[in-house]
Ligand binder design. Structure first.
Ligand code: G6P
Length: 482
């Protein structure tokens, strides 16, 4: 279960409505897991008021949950993307707290939970995904104690000093604790969560384990933790499971002659510059696109790079376009791109080639293959799968990944050129060392990165999570006291 179904509604040339697999992080990660499993995907079809009956797409059963205009505004754009998203990304943008948004969040979470309650077979496993649905595990546990319940948080979980701002922090943590296993991207996220549990409820935690009273009326009782008072407790596991991509399918696409030809065409169309740098992001303030453009613009101004030999391609896919912070960000980015191109572009060469579109996977792989330096400069990012995609396709062992240390991916991809995106001089120097790096060093780094990404793919990620879930299921083992 996730906020979105993994398919988008598209209109065919004859005006008929069809479903198409959507591009994007979460979908890419889970689609291979779902195929062939006798289960259903519960999610929102992505448009307001779409009253769609359950259907099957490519072997996956879809259970659409409808959202009204007001649900979209309050639950999705409001509480999910203007309260939780900025709060969980270290308040890069100021979170907004509205009680009406919270009410809608609770209601919509209940709607998702009710669907699972209705369709899940006795003793089934329900895997709930991401920050939009944090109350669902608690709702499921209350109504269906027979279920095995997993939750995975795809985005960061903030330090308690920030999380404590949330007026509904208690309810959110209690909701998550309904799960048997709560997965995070980084061990730091899992640690932040356990600390929130201790600070808010005083429950006992040890390593990745948390002991939670079965009886929620015991939550507020002061004194030693319920587990120490001999009360019945459930064991919840909170630990990190770094997500990955379907590495082999990316690697295969990189061998497709049409994709290779397209990558060569891209270089040619840009006038065969010596260095192509690439940024690929949802247009989001967490991605550090402004920081990257600032560094790049300064290098041009200082004459350390020039438009004949270096080009930056920035793909910024449209995202959450009705949320104020995203509207403002788009203006800023497009203003900056316009200024840089106005100052440094020539008839034959743009300084920045900017595209505000999403592209199919084939085109993305062609772009990855065409570029010499990949820029991932997030200010905070749960994982960042673009970094892993870039690595997976570089079967030539070439290409350089510049990677923000504030991404989950940085925990894993140590052979990248790690940067602090706030340190503009550091970013500039790293861009120059990437341009000047010897072939031998490029290959050495990429080889090591590729080994990691090919070994740790999304199938391994989901298997690790589901395995932990089967081992730690209260429903399967009865009350886990210990
Ligand atoms: C991130 C979140 C996902 C979300 C995606 C796209 O990757 O972790 O839950 O689906 O962004 O955002 P959107 O608001 O368009 O669903």
């Amino acid at each position: 279960m996730a906020n979105r179904l993994p398919v988008d509604s598209v209109t065919g040339p004859d005006g008929s409505q069809m479903w198409r697999l959507s591009p994007g992080g979460l979908v890419t990660a889970l689609e291979p897991v779902m195929r062939g499993v006798d289960g259903a995907w519960i999610g929102w079809p992505g448009a307001a008021n779409s009253d769609v009956e359950p259907f099957e797409y490519d072997g996956i059963k879809m259970e659409p949950v409808a959202l009204s205009d007001l649900d979209v505004e309050y639950y999705y754009e409001g509480f999910s993307n203007d309260t939780l998203w900025p709060l969980y990304h270290d308040v890069i943008s100021q979170p907004t707290y509205h009680r009406e948004w919270w009410d809608a969040y609770r209601e919509v979470n209940q709607r998702f939970a009710d669907r699972a309650i209705a369709v899940a077979a006795p003793g089934a496993t329900v895997w709930v995904h991401d920050y939009q649905l944090q109350l669902v595990p608690g709702m499921l546990r209350e109504a269906r104690p027979d279920l095995t319940i997993g939750f995975f948080n795809h985005i960061p979980f903030p330090a308690y000093g920030l999380f404590a701002q949330l007026p509904w922090r208690k309810q959110i943590v209690r909701g998550l604790l309904g799960a048997d296993v709560i997965g995070f991207q980084r061990s730091a996220d899992a640690g932040n969560f356990s600390r929130a549990v201790r600070r808010i409820f005083g429950f006992e935690t040890k390593g990745t384990r948390i002991w939670v009273p079965e009886d929620t009326s015991q939550d507020e009782v002061a004194g030693s933790p319920p587990s120490r008072r001999g009360l019945p407790v459930r064991r919840v596991v909170a630990r990190h499971f770094p997500i990955s991509i379907d590495s082999a399918s990316y690697a295969r696409l990189a061998e497709d002659p049409a994709v290779i030809a397209r990558s060569q065409q891209i270089r040619k169309d840009l006038g065969n510059p010596k260095t192509i740098m690439l940024g690929v992001d949802r247009l989001d303030y967490t991605k550090g696109i402004r920081h990257r453009l600032k560094a790049y613009g300064e290098l041009l101004r200082e004459g350390r790079i020039d438009v004949e030999s270096t080009t930056l391609i920035q793909v910024a896919s449209p995202s959450r376009e009705r949320v104020d912070a995203y509207i403002a960000l788009r203006d800023q980015i497009e203003g900056t791109v316009g200024r840089i191109n106005g100052d440094y572009g020539t008839i034959g060469h743009s300084a920045v080639v900017y595209m505000h579109h999403g592209y199919p996977r084939e085109e993305m792989v062609a772009l990855y293959l065409a570029s010499d330096v990949m820029l991932v400069t997030s200010l905070r990012d749960g994982m960042n799968l673009v970094a892993k995609e870039y690595v997976a396709v570089r079967a030539d062992n070439d290409g350089i990944l510049i990677l923000s240390e504030f991404t989950g991916a940085a925990d894993d991809l140590k052979q990248a050129l790690l940067i602090n995106p706030h340190d503009i001089d550091g970013v500039k120097d790293t861009m120059i060392s990437a341009i000047e790096m010897s072939t031998a060093e490029r290959r050495r780094r990429m080889r090591a990165l590729r080994r990691r990404v090919l070994e740790n793919d999304v199938a391994k990620w989901s298997a690790a999570f589901l395995d932990e879930l089967q081992h730690n299921s209260t429903a399967r083992s009865g009350v886990a006291n210990g």
